[in-house]
Ligand binder design. Structure first.
Ligand SMILES: [Fe+2]
Length: 245
């Protein structure tokens, strides 16, 4: 018998009015995201399809891999605007960046060579491979410099698997946490989904992001939500609007 209360949900079911996606790799040839303007158009259209009203795209900045600067990122937006102006207008397309917490990050910050969201909120990520050394000190330095750190996709750092208390402590130190929407549908595997579920259950997320890079991500964004604790998702997603400048 069909149980009404167990009805499957999709990410689009939770998208609030004026949803602002704050994390994606939509601009072409600037990082490991879109490879050409056609890819960019596909990624933007996918976000519009699920009900997104505003997009703040965030190319990677990391010294040894994606040596981007605010100037390069802003110029790339202008370049894309010359190719698909209607889509950029329709999606109210803005830019920031996703900063890897590497050796050079604090120098960029001290020199104000960073692209932020509203009120100096800044998106940062850990390496996927190594436990970040002294991350508590780095977060403290970010705050001392007048910025509000947002840690991207905490559920994806496998070295902290089964340690949600690490993120509880990080959040207590004033860092905000951003959930990847694709973690809800199990795209990154069961361990990541389990951690996302636990962090949602503990109400630790402040923001969400699609983190779209390519068409496989676009397809998965339409999949059913598989994790259990998604009842508070709409209010977390609604917080994103605050970051729009
Ligand atoms: Fe990302």
């Amino acid at each position: 018998m069909l149980n009404f209360f167990s009805k499957s949900k999709y990410i689009s079911d939770y998208v609030p009015t004026e949803y602002t996606d704050i994390h994606s790799h939509i601009m072409h040839n600037i990082d490991d995201g879109a490879k050409n303007p056609e890819d960019s158009a596909l990624l933007i259209n996918t976000l519009l399809e699920i009900g997104t009203k505003n997009i703040i795209s965030t190319p990677h900045t990391s010294t040894h891999i994606w040596n981007n600067s605010p100037e390069i990122i802003v110029k790339k937006r202008e370049e894309l605007n010359n190719i698909i102006p209607d889509l950029l207008t329709k999606s109210n397309f803005k830019v920031a960046s996703e900063y890897l917490l590497d050796d050079s990050f604090l120098t960029l910050l001290e020199n104000k060579q960073v692209l932020t969201y509203k009120d100096n909120h800044i998106l940062v990520e850990f390496s996927y491979f190594n436990v970040p050394l002294n991350y508590q000190n780095i977060f403290f330095e970010i705050q001392l410099n007048g910025y509000q750190p947002i840690l991207a996709h905490p559920e994806r750092y496998s070295y902290f698997n089964n340690h949600p208390e690490v993120f509880e402590a990080i959040r207590k130190s004033g860092v905000k946490l951003q959930l990847n929407l694709l973690s809800l549908v199990g795209y990154y595997g069961p361990d990541v989904m389990k951690m996302a579920d636990e962090l949602l259950k503990r109400n630790l997320y402040d923001f969400t992001g699609s983190d779209l890079h390519h068409k496989m991500h676009c397809k998965a964004l339409h999949d059913k939500i598989k994790l259990k604790h998604h009842s508070g998702l709409s209010s977390v997603m609604a917080n994103n609007y605050y970051l729009l400048k």
